[in-house]
Structures are given as structure tokens and as C-alpha cells.
Design a binder for this molecule. Sequence first.
Ligand SMILES: C[S@@+](CC[C@H](N)C(=O)[O-])C[C@H]1O[C@@H](n2cnc3c(N)ncnc32)[C@H](O)[C@@H]1O
Length: 442
Amino acid sequence: MARFYRPQQRRSQPAQALARQQVSALDHQGRGVVRTERGVRFVPGALPGEIIDLQTQGKHQGQLLKLHEVSATRVAPPCPYYANCGGCDLQHLELTAQRRHKQQVVTELLSKFADTRAQQWLPPLTADAWRYRRRVRLATHWDPKRRQLRLGLRAAGSKNIVEIQDCLIAETALTALLAPLRALLPKLSLVHQLGHIELIRAAQRLVVLRVMRTPTAADKKLLREFATQHEVSIWLQGGDKSEEAVPYPLNPDEVLPEYESLGVTLGFMPGDFLQAQGQLSVAMVEQALSLLEVNPADKILELYAGSGNFTIPLAKTGAQVTAVEGVPSMVARLQQNARRFGLRVNAQQADLEQNWQRFDWAQQDFNKVLLDPARAGASGAISEVAKRAPQRIVYVSCAPDTLARDAKTLIAAGYRLRQAQIIDMFPQTHHIECLTCFERER
Ligand SMILES: C[S@@+](CC[C@H](N)C(=O)[O-])C[C@H]1O[C@@H](n2cnc3c(N)ncnc32)[C@H](O)[C@@H]1O
């Protein structure tokens, strides 16, 4: 019989209490950094300058046990679910300090990974710090014995559901639906086959139910009554279709939902990407166009275009725009949105991490590029962009670590980082959105 080498199971380290430790910094995930005698510990909830007791967890984590000296930037977290939910993991830090921290994180990562710094930091672009999210994903669990529904948010880094009556970062138009949903869902025959539920507030209010089977006629009747009573549009996703199933409206004559971009109203589908905050998204698009200094003579390549949030305002300036997006249905929506305004946009579907030689659109010249990738960044795409040597590049990022990695490629290709700016899209959380503008020097 064949014999295989079996590596020994790594022993987990026993937890240890460490007294009176100094917190030296905040890391890019908003955790306090403590340099103990036996290595660095990352402690959620701890702030720089504080003296704390902590309990070690695993190899590098720590749990905050007691505060001895408290930072002047600490505030009482207003959310009643703060201790269990973990979603708004910076709400114990005063708002201006949160914004300062985010700028510092981007500065440090750019310096560490790209050996560069912004020639100019613009003041953070801000809007409401609470009640700002226009999209909330709720988890559900049905206990058939007790006939009880759990409806809430998934605790950070866990599958546990934290039942909530309110969420202080979600728009009230969405949280107002929590109690009515709690009353409705147990009446549905498919309650035990419910997945997550998404609440969206764009021009309309939407409730998107992930269901593992098609609702019965009685379910549909209840859902329609709910839709009328609460003035929401209900969409269903899943049923007997695949994971990738596109949401479909409960009422077949439902119009396409809409959201606001800069000076335009655009159509989208519930499964499409939508920026977290409405008002700030519009301001961000305006700022990106301003940094790009768009004019009608420009030939612009826009990458990770979604349903056209930046594309349509770009094309409205009279510039020639080629917009590339990976998800085919979003490309179709982008084309629809361009037609809505009688604009000519060269909308293309492509996986931007593939070799660009095979893409016809990539063989043209562009003098400016705007890109807004997902958290993974644009490691393959950014090299292709650099090879084409556009004069100016505006990079919108929701992950400063991948931004810093990609910035390294641009700096090596002869670009300088002219401007950077924090977009405070996710206040109370460690998540960072940031605008950067690169210019070719040589
Ligand atoms: C942060 S969203 C930005 C969307 C749009 N700019 C907006 O403001 O609504 C990133 C987009 O990149 C797309 N995407 C992610 N990876 C991609 C890839 N490898 N190739 C092409 N598109 C991709 C996603 O589908 C998503 O629409």
C-alpha cells in the first residue's frame, strides 16, 4: 500500500493574557497594533496611544480586555450591536480621526509598496457619516421547531447572524422595512428556503429575495400585498435557477430600477454593482472627471465600467469613450444607458486580466484612462495601461493595498502621482475608497 508523508498538525497557541500593553498604531484593517515581547498583535477596538490589557488569540490577533489609558480620539460607539456585529469596526474612533487614519494608510502603503507619495492630497470628499448605505444585505435563518426567523447581519468573519432592529449606517428608508419583513416572511411557505435578502434604495426601494424554489401562488399574493403596502418593488433571485441567476421582478411589468449619476439617471438591475452611497458617488464621479480634465478631443479608455456610472457623464462631455466591463449583463445595461442619452459609447465585454492582444478595442490609442476596479485591483490591466502610455490616469480604488501594488507599476513606467483624495464612502468602517490621478512624466 502506498504511504504518504503526513505533516504534523500545527498546535494552536494557548491564549495568554498580557497586561498594560501600549498600542502603537492602527493597521489598514482598523485594528490596534501592539508590539509585545513575543511579536506583533492586532487588536480590534484598540486605538493608538492607549494602554490596554489583551488576551492573545491565535498567532497574531489579540482581544481587548481592559482599557487603562484612553485615546482622546475615542468616542462611545453609538450602535447597540457594535460588540457583536463587527461591521462598523471604527465607530469607536472620532470621525475626523477616521478620515486622517484612512489618508495615512494610503500614504504609508504607497510609500511602502510603490516608493511614492502624492504631490498633493486633496481634502477628503465627505457626506453623511450615518444612515448613508443605500444597499444592505440581510441574512436569514428559519428554525422550523420553534417556527422562528432570524433576520439580521452576518457578524464579521463568522456565519453567525446578529439580529437587528436597526442599522445606523443604513438609510432609514431601508431599516424601516425590517419590522414589516419580520412579520411577512414567516407567513411564506418558502420561508425555510430563503437565502439572503437585499434591500436597495435607489430611485425606487427594492427588496431582493434569494429563494431556493419558485414561490407558490399564495406566497406571490402575500409578496404583492407587501409591495403595495410598503411601496417597494420585489425581485426574486434563484428559484430553480443556477447560482448566477439574474434577479427577476415579481411583477413582470416592473420597470428597470434607476440610480443617479452626475447629471443623469441610469438604469440598473438589482444584481449589478452599485456604489454604497448615492450622494457621494455623484460627487466622486464629478471629481474624477475634473482630475481627468476631460475635454471633447479626448480618447478615453474606461475600465471596470459597471452599468455606466462614470461612462455616461464622461461621454456627455463629447469625449470618445471606450468602456470595458467583465459582466455581460452590465455591458448590456451600459449600452442601454448610453442609448437613453443618444450617446455613442464603445462598450466592450472583456476579462481585463486576460492578455489584451486578443482585444480589438485595445489596439487603439487613448490619451486618458479611468479605472475603478474591485478590491482585487488591476494587476494585469495596469501593465497593459502603462504600455499604452496615456498622458493621464485616474484610478478609483476601494482597496489601498492593491492600489499601492498597481501604483508601483505606473511609477516604474514613468508616471508620477499628482493627486490623491480620500472618498469617505464607508464611514465608521475600516474600508477605504480613494481617488488618485497619475500623470506621465517621460
Ligand atoms: C468597483 S466596481 C465599479 C463599477 C462602476 N465603475 C461603478 O462606479 O458603478 C468594479 C467593476 O469591475 C468589474 N470587474 C471586476 N473584475 C473584472 C475583470 N477582471 N474584468 C472586467 N471587469 C471586471 C465588476 O463586474 C464591477 O462592475
